[in-house]
Design a protein. Structure first.
Length: 158
């Protein structure tokens, strides 16, 4: 195994990387921090690898879906409510947190399909007494006109 990177082990590594990433020429950075220009050039892949790792770590903490985001928001809201209650916060602050928790629960329930905006009610009007009476009267009234009676009854049966 080769020697460790002098920039990686440098006590001011973060400042060196900030300057290089900020566009400061390697010669100036090398002179300021007592490292060689070659060491700075060899260090570039280390910066890239570290940035990739940081980006992956950040992506892992980001919610994957809108549902995940709302769940994270609910967890934060519940933590806030717990903190307010533990510290005996002002009642109106606690009530506001409770309202937010309730709103988040409602949103989550809607998102996962446990809560509907309106109840679906299906009414079969053909079974209602008024409709049965109307159909009977139509049938009787159309008896002298068999073709019309059959056409109306066919439409009603659809």
């Amino acid at each position: 195994m080769g020697r460790p990177c002098t920039v990686c082990s440098h006590p001011q590594r973060t400042e060196i990387e900030k300057l290089r990433l900020g566009g400061v020429r390697s010669g100036l950075v090398a002179a300021q921090f007592g490292v060689s220009k070659k060491a700075l050039q060899r260090h570039v892949p280390h910066i890239q690898r570290r940035l990739e790792l940081e980006e992956k770590a950040q992506a892992a903490t980001q919610p994957a879906t809108l549902l995940d985001s709302v769940r994270q928001l609910q967890a934060r809201t519940l933590n806030l409510l717990d903190t307010l209650e533990a510290r005996r916060g002002r009642p109106h602050h606690i009530l506001a947190a409770i309202r937010e928790v309730r709103a988040n629960f409602e949103l989550l329930a809607r998102m996962v399909g446990e809560l509907q905006d309106k109840a679906a009610v299906q009414v079969n009007i053909l079974k209602m007494p008024e409709t049965v009476t109307l159909v009977t009267r139509l049938r009787d009234a159309l008896t002298p006109y068999p073709e019309a009676k059959n056409a109306v009854l066919k439409v009603l049966d659809e």
